[in-house]
Design a protein around this ligand. Sequence first.
Ligand code: NOJ
Length: 448
Amino acid sequence: MFDSKFIFGCSTASYQIEGSIDKDGKVPSIWDTFTKNKKNIADGTDGSIACDSYIKYKDDVKILSELGVKAYRFSIAWCRVIDNNNNPNQKGLDYYINLCKELKNYNIRPFVTLYHWDMPEWLEDLGGFLNDSISDYFMHYTDVVTKALDGLVSDYITINEPQVIMQLGHRDCAHAPGVKFSDKEMLHAIHNLLKCHGKAVKVIRKNVKNSTVGFAPCSRPLVPVDKSDKVLYQKCYDYFFELRNDYYYPNMVAIYSDPVFLGDYPKNYYEVFKGIHPEITKEDLELISQPLDYIYQNFYSGNYIRLNKDNNIEFEDFYPGFPEGNIEWLQVVPETLYYGPKYLYERYKKPIIISENGFCNNDVISLDGKVHDPERTDYIKRYLIELDKVSKEVPVLGYFYWSLFDNFEWSYGLKKRFGLVYMNYKTGERIKKDSFFEYKKIIENGGI
Ligand code: NOJ
C-alpha cells in the first residue's frame, strides 16, 4: 500500500488527443507537417481529430473524475497558444484555462507539460533546437503560459522525453521533424534543449507561487537476474548511467540528467566528444542545473541482465512467448519500477514521480459491447507491486498511467492502444475498458 498522499494520476499529450489542428488560431506544428506525408505513419493516420479533446474536454474531465485520479498530466501545444509572430493567442490559452477550471471543479490537480514534441513549424523553419535563440522563444512561451494559468497550475514539467526528441526526431527520423543531425549538430541541439529547460525553470519559479518543477526523461532500466548479486547490481547501475559514444547516445540517461541534476555533463563527455561538442559555459551549466523538486521518469520496459563468465554484463534474450505489449519495444519487465527509481534516487537524490507507465494492447470491443483487457490490468498490478516495494526504500510520490485514452501513437498512428478508455475514432465514442475499473479500485484501495 502507498501512503495516503500518494498521487495516482494519468497522462496524455496535446497532439495525441486534441484534434482541432487549425481551430481558433492554432498554427501548424512539426507533427502537422510530418503526418502530411502518409508514409511517415504506419497506418497513414494523423492527429487531426484524434480523441477530439479540444471539443470534448468537459466529457474527458468527467471521465477522469469517475476514474478517481487525484492528478492529470497533460501537455500544452505551443503552437496553439503562440502565433506565427510569437504573440500570445488568447483563444488557444482559453482552452487550457477552461480545462484547468474544469479540473479544479472536480478537485483534480493539473500537472502541465510544456513541451511534448509539437514544436511550432515556424520555429522549426528557423532551425528548431539548432537555433541558439530557441531557449528564448521557449522562455517567452513559458512566461505566457504560466501567467495565463496563474492560480490554476503550480506543477510544471518542462520537457517530455528529450531522448525521443533527439533520437527519433533527429537520428532515426521516425518522428517529426525527421531532420537528421550530424554529431556536432546533435550535441549542440541537446545543449540548446537543456537551456530551454533551464530558462523555463527560471520563469516558472518567478511567476508561479508554490511551484514544483521537473523534466520527464525516459529510460529502460537494467534488471539484474540475480537480485542478491551486489557486483551485478553495481554493473547494471554503471551501465544505466554510462555515456557511450555509439549510435544511441542521444537516447541515454546521463547526457540529459547529469547536467540537470548534477550540474555538468558526465565526466567522459568532454573526452568522448572532444572537438565536436559545443562551447559549454559555467553560466549555461548553472542555468541548466537549477534545483528541481522531483525526478520525473517515463518507464515502460527494461532488460534482464546477467554476468557472463568474464564477469561482464550480458542482456538476457526475450524468448518467444515472453509477455509483451502489442508494440515491439514493450516487454513486460515489472522490476523496471523497482530498479529504475532506485538507480535514479541513488544518483540524483530527489523524490521520484512516475510520469508515464502503460501497456499497449490489441483491444477489441467484445460481443457484450465491452472491452476486456486483462493483460493491461495484469501489467499495471505487476508494475505497481514493484513500485510499492521500492517506495519503502526511496521516496516515490506518484504514478501516472499512460494513457487515459487510446490516442495517436506517433509514427504508429491510431492503431496502437494504450488507454484505460477505448476510443472509437469513427464515432468519437469513449468506452471504459475493464482496466479502467481495475485502476479505479487500485486508487480507492491506495494500492494493490
Ligand atoms: C512516451 C511518450 O511520452 C508518449 O507520448 C507515448 O505515447 C508513450 N511513450 C507510449 O509510446
